[in-house]
Design a binder for this molecule. Structure first.
Ligand code: ASC
Length: 152
């Protein structure tokens, strides 16, 4: 039952986070700003959660659960912003490999979405040890993609 409920919640979150289509952007810069905005939102909430996971902030279970939900929801959004023709821009660190190695990029994105989904579930247990256990793999999935697909 528990896993069914978890699946139902994940499905609901995915539906709510239905991304815009790549065609929604009038110009390449709009897509770049969109994906960067989504990543910034994720980073802010990930940082707040990480402070709790790493004992730099007091553990607030309700806040942790909300941060986890925001991260999991928004994790589905940025990828529509990597539309064709958005590889060049003044303010992007996106590497060409995003477009030349699409299956690898997609797999890295899906890995991150899976890990932050687990992080959100862990945050909802109200148990700091669960949060700590899920935080490292989630952070690792962010970093793996940055290492391969983002310029320094
Ligand atoms: C963050 C953030 C990232 C990731 C990454 C994890 O809070 O802004 O890009 O975590 O540093 O390794």
């Amino acid at each position: 039952m528990k896993s069914l409920a978890t699946l139902a919640i994940a499905a609901a979150a995915f539906t709510l986070a239905a991304p815009v289509s790549a065609q929604s952007f009038a110009k390449p810069e709009d897509a770049i700003k969109y994906r960067q905005g989504a990543f910034r939102v994720m980073s802010a909430h990930f940082g707040a959660l990480g402070a709790m996971a790493n004992n730099r902030a007091p553990f607030d279970p309700q806040a942790a659960a909300r941060h986890g939900d925001v991260i999991a929801l928004v994790s589905h959004l940025p990828f529509a912003g990597f539309a064709a023709g958005t590889d060049k821009g003044e303010n992007t660190r996106a590497k060409a490999e995003i477009w030349t190695e699409q299956p690898k990029f997609r797999a890295a994105a899906e890995k991150m979405q899976s890990e932050v989904g687990k992080l959100a579930a862990a945050a909802k247990t109200g148990n700091l040890d669960n949060l700590k256990a899920a935080f490292g793999p989630a952070a690792g999935s962010c970093k793996a993609c940055h290492d391969d697909f983002r310029r320094d």
